[in-house]
Structures are given as C-alpha cells and as structure tokens.
Design a protein around this ligand. Sequence first.
Ligand SMILES: [Zn+2]
Length: 173
Amino acid sequence: MLASTKTVDLFEVIANKENRVKRQQEWLKSHSLPLISFSINMPGPEKNNALTDVIFRQGMHAIRNTCASYGWTIVNRQIHRANTGAEAIMVVETDDVNALKIAMMRIEHTHAMGRLMDIDVLAVSGEIISRDNQGFGKRQCYICDDEAVVCARSQRHDLPTLLQKIEEIVNNA
Ligand SMILES: [Zn+2]
C-alpha cells in the first residue's frame, strides 16, 4: 500500500509553479536550447510516494533513451524534489523542437505508465509546444477514456478511484 508522506496545499502548488517557470526561463536564456520539463500527473494532496518514485524513474529512463536514440544530447539537467512532487528539467541539443515534442508525446502515449507522465517541451523562445497538430489528439482520462482535462476540471472521478487506478497501472507495467 501507499506509504503516507507530506501533503501539499494549493499555495505550495502555485509557488512551485512560479519557481518552475523562473527556472525554465533562466535555463532557456543561459543555454539557448529547447527544454524538457517532466513532472508526474498525481491527483490529490500527496505528491510523493512509492508509486511516484517508480513513475519518475521510468519517465527519466524513457526520456534519456528516446533522446539518445535520436542523437539528441541532454547537455544539462536538474532534478527538483519538492513537496509538490518530483520534477526534472533537461536541456536538449536539437534544432527540431517539434520532433522533440512528438518523441515526448510518444512516450506519454505508448509507455505503460505514460498516462501518468507530463512531459512538456519548451522552445528557446519560451513557448510551450502545443499538443495540437502533432497527430496525437487530446490526452485521455485513464478511468473513462473521455478527454482528461474535462474529467480533471469537473472532478468526475473521486480520489480513491484515481489512486487505485494509478496503482494498477504501475503494478501492471
Ligand atoms: Zn474520466
């Protein structure tokens, strides 16, 4: 079962998001290369547990392997372990930011735990590359296959249901 850890509140989430954006901007400026920003899609107030550890490790592994297979060097990376969940930013040497986005979306869509991963790609300009027009469609909810953002916004599924499903996905991966 899940070992209980510290929980997080909305203020921490907002503060963390602001810090993340600041770090991203600094790195874009200092490297002039695209960034990958990886975090875990974990509902509820508890953002770190045995499951998120597994998802994070697997995600880092998949991102590294994928970049290596395309010949894109990760020239710098930073792992940030906060109360709000583990995150990583990686600076990637590539001149094709759309190809990078597509490769990361492929992980989200094909990796056994991909639905639990959020892998954003930022262009040197700071623009977050959109999922649209990349041929993958909207992200689906892992409970009902409806559009994930719709279920999240309406809180269609209760937390125990979501956590049970996440445990199932990780254990079956
Ligand atoms: Zn749903």
